[in-house]
Design a protein around this ligand. Structure first.
Ligand SMILES: [Zn+2]
Length: 314
C-alpha cells in the first residue's frame, strides 16, 4: 500500500469552529489524526485560512489564532512531528505524522512585510499569496474586471518569503500574478491545490503554460479533490477524472511535478465515491489503470512532495 503526503487541508478551521477534535476519530470533517494514520498518511500540510472579506486587521488576528490552535491541538501531539526544516523530514514509522504549517491568503500582511518574518518564527513554511479576491500582495483568480498581477508589496513579499525560506504558493493567484511570481522567483514555487485547466476549464485550474513553467522551475502541483475543479458535470466528478488531470499534467510537465493537495475540510462536497480521507486508498489502482508505474504512483502519492521539502526547506 502506498504512503500518502498532502499539501493542503483546511482542517484547522474545523478545529477552530469546534467541529473536529484532531486527536480523536470524528464523525464530522474529512480527516483527523486516527483517520490519517489508518490511511497510511505520513505527511499533511495544515493551512490557516481566513475568509478575507473582513479586512487585514481581522485577518491578522484570525491567522494568529489559527496558528496558535495548530500548535496546541495538532503540532504538540506526541504522534505528530512538526516539520520546520529539511532535517525534520525523516522516516518516522507507521504511527507518526509529519506536519507542515501554512497560511492560505496573505491578507494578514497588509503593508507590514515584517509579519512574514513573525509567522516564519511561528513555524509557517508556506504561504498562499492570495485567496480568490484582491489583497495587498495581488489579485486572486476571481477578482474579476481588471484583474491584475502582483502589487509592489506583493513583489517584495515574494522576495522576502524566499529569503526566509517560506515556500511561495500560487494556487488562487491570478494568471498575471502567476507570471509576475515566475519572473522574480529565485527558487521553485508551487501550486499547492490546483488542477489542469485543459481537462476542466475552471478559473482555479492551471493552463498548460503554467504547468510547464512550474515543472521547468522545479515546483509542485497538488491535485485538488474539489469536484468543480475536477469536472463540470456532477456525474464526471470522480477519482478516475482526477487521474486524467494527473495524466495531463504528467504529459505537459512531468510526473515529478505531481503531488496531492486535496483541499479536504475546505470543500463542501467530495468526488463521487468518496466519504472522507480514507477513500484516497482507491487512487493507486486507478492510477495504475491509467498507466502510471508503481514507482510513479508512490512518487505522486508522497515521494515528490517529501523530496521537494527536503530540497527546499533549510
Ligand atoms: Zn484554497
Amino acid at each position: 500500500m502506498p504512503k500518502y503526503a498532502d499539501f493542503h487541508c483546511d482542517t484547522l478551521q474545523k478545529i477552530y469552529l469546534g467541529q473536529v477534535d484532531f486527536s480523536r476519530q470524528n464523525q464530522a470533517g474529512h480527516l483527523d489524526l486516527p483517520r490519517l494514520l489508518a490511511s497510511n498518511y505520513i505527511f499533511q500540510c495544515f493551512a490557516a485560512f481566513f475568509n478575507p472579506a473582513l479586512g487585514q486587521e481581522a485577518a491578522l488576528r484570525h491567522t494568529l489564532r489559527l496558528l496558535n490552535i495548530a500548535k496546541e491541538q495538532i503540532l504538540s501531539l506526541p504522534q505528530v512531528c512538526w516539520v520546520k526544516e529539511a532535517a525534520d523530514i525523516k522516516e518516522t514509522g507507521d504511527d507518526k505524522l509529519l506536519a507542515l504549517l501554512s497560511i492560505e491568503g496573505a491578507d494578514f500582511v497588509g503593508s507590514d512585510l515584517f509579519l512574514l518574518e513573525l509567522v516564519h518564527n511561528m513555524g509557517v513554511r508556506l504561504i498562499t499569496l492570495t485567496w480568490n479576491g484582491r489583497n495587498s500582495l495581488g489579485d486572486g483568480v476571481l477578482t474579476g474586471g481588471n484583474c491584475s498581477g502582483l502589487t509592489g508589496i506583493g513583489r517584495r513579499a515574494v522576495k522576502t518569503m524566499q529569503d526566509l525560506n517560506i515556500i511561495v504558493d500560487v494556487s488562487h493567484l491570478s494568471e498575471k500574478g502567476f507570471w509576475d511570481v515566475s519572473a522574480i522567483a529565485a527558487k521553485p514555487f508551487v501550486a499547492s491545490h490546483s488542477n489542469a485547466w485543459a481537462v476542466c476549464s475552471h478559473p482555479r485550474n492551471l493552463r498548460d503554460e503554467q504547468i510547464r513553467e512550474i515543472s521547468r522551475n522545479g515546483g509542485l502541483i497538488g491535485m485538488n479533490l474539489c469536484p468543480p475543479f475536477i469536472a463540470e458535470a456532477r456525474e464526471g466528478q470522480n477519482l478516475p477524472a482526477l487521474v486524467r488531470h494527473m495524466s495531463h499534467i504528467a504529459g505537459v510537465g512531468s510526473v515529478d511535478v505531481l503531488c496531492l493537495g486535496g483541499d479536504l475540510d475546505g470543500i463542501e462536497e467530495l468526488p463521487q465515491g468518496m466519504q472522507d480521507v480514507r477513500d484516497i486508498a482507491k487512487l493507486p489502482d486507478l492510477m495504475e489503470t491509467a498507466g502510471f508505474s508503481a514507482k510513479e504512483i508512490q512518487a505522486v502519492c508522497a515521494g515528490n512532495l517529501l523530496r521537494f521539502l527536503k530540497e527546499n526547506l533549510e
